[in-house]
Write a protein that binds this ligand. Structure first.
Ligand code: HPA
Length: 233
């Protein structure tokens, strides 16, 4: 039975879903890493695929940009499709000088000034955590694979273009090392349904040095992260 935004039947989607922001990244992962792939969603071109990675059933679907979009898709996946785990694989902007382009970040906690969680169910906390179990597992695989991970808090924001691009408070008070726009909604929905979520990010730009990457470069940096997420599931 389809939901308003996902045109799949129950059973079409695996228990674990990887979610890049860009649906074409989801297609890339399905085309290059999975076998026996079946597309389960193309509503609004938010492509979703189920296939097998080393014999394990896994799904991959775009989340779109921002918390409203991630909020809708992760809610429906957890509630209507019995998904147990969602790992976001996205990009982030560095907020500290020590974080370099292409570094891979494992989100320890997501801080946000978004109203998403409060509006959803009156949740007052503005710091939400991923599943420690999932994070520990991702870290273990990264160690085994020799992939360097930077662990830290992430500032999950509703606004990409701010009048004042100042992040001093967010860095000092909330210990955020980078910013993105989806993890807070994902972690909230995982909490609502007592499910597991994690968020792995590659640094695509720096709000400190203003350095940025081309979409081609981002594609390559993305491969390490994809492989880490696939191996972790
Ligand atoms: N801001 C918010 N989200 C992002 C950024 C950024 O600078 N870079 C990648 N995702």
């Amino acid at each position: 039975m389809a939901t308003p935004h996902i045109g799949a039947n129950k059973g079409d989607i695996a228990k674990t879903v990887l979610m890049p922001g860009d649906p074409l990244r989801a297609k890339f992962i399905a085309d290059n890493y999975l076998t026996d792939v079946v597309m389960f969603n193309q509503v609004r071109n938010m492509f979703g695929y189920t296939g097998y990675y080393k014999g394990k059933k896994i799904s991959v679907m775009g989340s779109g940009m921002g918390m409203p979009s991630m909020g809708i898709y992760s809610y429906e996946l957890f509630k209507e499709y019995d998904v147990d785990k969602i790992i976001r694989i996205g990009s982030c902007g560095a907020l500290i000088p020590d974080l370099n382009l292409f570094d891979i970040v494992l989100t320890s906690a997501s801080y946000s000034d978004s109203s998403y969680a409060y509006v959803q169910n009156k949740e007052k906390s503005n710091i939400l955590k991923p599943s420690q179990l999932l994070n520990d597992h991702i870290e273990k695989i990264a160690n085994e694979e020799g992939i360097k991970l930077v662990k830290g808090n992430i500032y999950s924001t509703d606004v990409f273009y701010k009048e004042e691009m100042k992040f001093d408070d967010i860095v000092d008070k909330h210990k955020c090392i980078a910013t993105e726009m989806e993890s807070f909604a994902l972690f909230h929905n995982a909490n609502v349904f007592n499910k597991q979520a994690a968020c792995i990010l590659t640094v695509s730009d720096s709000l400190v040095t203003k350095a940025s990457t081309t979409s081609e470069q981002r594609e390559k940096a993305f491969l390490d992260m994809i492989e880490l997420a696939l191996k972790a599931v």
